[in-house]
Design a protein around this ligand. Structure first.
Ligand code: NAP
Length: 492
């Protein structure tokens, strides 16, 4: 492992687009600064690309799709995915360090969760496509139908800043497995690991034009991708408001569209829960990655019988998260992604106070020293005393801020949990198996965990309902999304 206490800044790659197998700057040479949020210091720059760069990338991707890539076998593509995974694994420390520098997340988290998961995504979809089956529908001896799955063509992949490479690889791996070619745009706030992924693609011999990376702002590059006639499908992960704009452009063009959007997820704790395990699990669900995971449980509902005792224990558990140097392997709580995001999260703490909230812990910036004095740090914050339908308790904050509310019956808990526009994820904590199943079934949510949180099996459907998105990714759901099915009917 690198001596991350003595940062080797040489790991920060030069910011370039990767188009048609060539690393290059934006056509007009404009750049955007990339910042380390823990030090409020510029790390490097990336190209500020425009529609002309997207045109070039889409043309390269289209030519690659129509070229030899379109004739590759499943086995060849699966082997390529495995080679990408192997190469990332060889450079896992550098990838983890870049993710931590760029995003502010603890190196320990990037090294133990984000980057291992990237490797698993490539290996998983290599295996999934090797073992993929398609359907057959015999018609009583008269005819037989069978289903072929064909790649769609050029896919546009647009990803957010919270789990930068983890979420990008969740799209790249199945899209390549099915034989598409790609134009990817990572968040301009956290582009570094995507740049390193392009270097890996180049090194392992992914043919020119198959994977293209175009850096820049969402309203310039992202919008140009969504509107591009040669980009036949869009897989978007980000906020609900942006998803709305993406859908408004892509839907009338009849593009294949997957939207993984925002959340405001409930955590429901019953009085019969395994108390100590639940306290730890609920704190992790609320504050992992500084609360910047779409699945984080930021609305905590606790049955009244244990409310006061649970609150006290939870505050003690939350306070074990101490903001510090993200690159110190001992740090368990990093910086927020940017100064702008910190300001947004703090505005919600002000709102909570105006709405009558009582800050149980956090609610302020920690005192940081030296190179971290101006970093985007905030203490993990737990707020009591708010109505469950207050703005603070229903709007997505996407930071280290959770609200806690008492409830009496399972019906009350479900009603409060469902009283938001979102429906992404939730968790239920109880030792009564019937309560667990019943409440899970009643939640308006794409994913529910019982007595755990963020335990992931890559085969299961991932995605949200209501304003949290459209469509599902994961396992065969991804392989189906990144392909077109074609039925062939043969008369016998
Ligand atoms: P965001 O502002 O919506 O941005 C997401 C991506 O879209 C970025 O790459 C962004 O580029 C780009 N973009 C912005 N405007 C665009 C446009 N008009 N057309 C096309 N692309 C555009 O979201 P974020 O702040 O990066 O991420 C946080 C949000 O993502 C939260 O709401 C969170 O819940 C959600 N999220 C959801 C999931 C899920 O699986 N459901 C997972 C993770 C995160 P710029 O960076 O240049 O704006």
């Amino acid at each position: 492992m690198n001596d991350v206490m003595n940062l080797d800044r040489d790991v920060v790659p030069e910011g370039r687009n990767y188009i048609g197998g060539v690393f290059q700057q934006a056509g007009d040479g404009e750049v955007i600064g990339v910042y380390d949020p823990a030090r409020d210091a510029e790390l490097t720059t990336i190209p500020r690309s425009k529609a002309a760069d997207v045109d070039q990338a889409a043309a390269a991707a289209k030519a690659a799709f129509e070229g030899p890539w379109g004739r590759t076998t499943v086995a060849e593509r699966a082997d390529l995915l495995d080679a990408i995974a192997d190469e990332i694994e060889r450079e896992i420390d550098d990838f983890a360090l870049l993710e931590s520098l760029d995003n502010g997340k603890p190196f320990s988290l990037a090294r133990s969760v984000d980057i291992p998961r990237v490797i698993s995504n490539f290996r998983f979809f290599a295996g999934a496509v090797r073992h993929q089956e398609t359907g057959a529908h015999p018609m009583d001896g008269d005819a037989i139908n069978y289903t072929l799955r064909r790649p769609v063509g050029v896919f546009g992949l647009i990803t957010p800043w919270n789990l930068p490479l983890y979420l990008l690889s969740w799209k790249v791996a199945p899209a390549l497995a099915m034989g598409n070619t790609l134009v990817a745009k990572p968040s301009e706030v956290t582009p570094l690991t995507a740049m390193k992924l392009a270097e890996v693609m180049h090194k392992v011999g992914v043919p020119a034009g198959v994977f293209n990376l175009v850096h820049g702002y969402g309203h310039e590059v992202g919008q140009a991708m969504v509107a591009h006639p040669d980009i036949k499908g869009i897989s978007f992960t980000g906020g609900t408001a942006t998803g709305h704009r993406v859908a408004a452009t892509a839907a009338p063009m009849f593009k294949k569209l997957s939207l993984e959007l925002g959340g405001k997820n409930p955590t429901i704790v019953f009085e019969d829960c395994d108390f100590d395990e639940t306290v730890k699990g609920v704190a992790r669900a609320a504050f992992a990655n500084q609360g910047q995971i779409c699945l984080c449980g930021s609305r905590i509902f606790v049955q009244r019988e244990i409310y006061e005792r649970f609150k006290t224990a939870l505050v003690e558990e939350v306070n074990k998260r101490v903001p510090g140097n993200p690159q110190d392997p001992a740090t368990n709580f990093g910086a927020l992604v940017s100064q702008a995001h910190l300001a947004k999260v703090e505005s919600y703490i002000d709102l909570a106070k105006k709405e009558g909230g009582v800050i149980l812990c956090g609610g302020e910036r920690p005192e940081m020293h030296g190179e971290f004095a101006k970093g985007a740090f905030l203490k993990p914050t737990l707020i009591d005393g708010l109505a469950y339908d207050s703005r603070t308790a229903t709007e997505e904050i996407f930071g280290p801020v959770a609200t806690i509310h008492p409830f009496d019956t399972p019906e009350d808990a479900v009603e409060m949990a469902n009283a938001v526009r979102y429906g992404l994820a939730g968790s239920v904590w109880t030792q009564d198996i019937k309560t667990g199943h019943r409440v899970a079934a009643a939640l308006e949510s794409g994913m529910v965990w019982v007595n755990t949180w963020l335990l992931r099996d890559l085969r299961v459907p991932f995605g949200g309902m209501k304003d949290s998105g459209v469509g599902r990714e994961g396992g065969r759901f991804s392989l189906e999304f990144y392909s077109e099915s074609r039925n062939v009917c043969v008369k016998l």
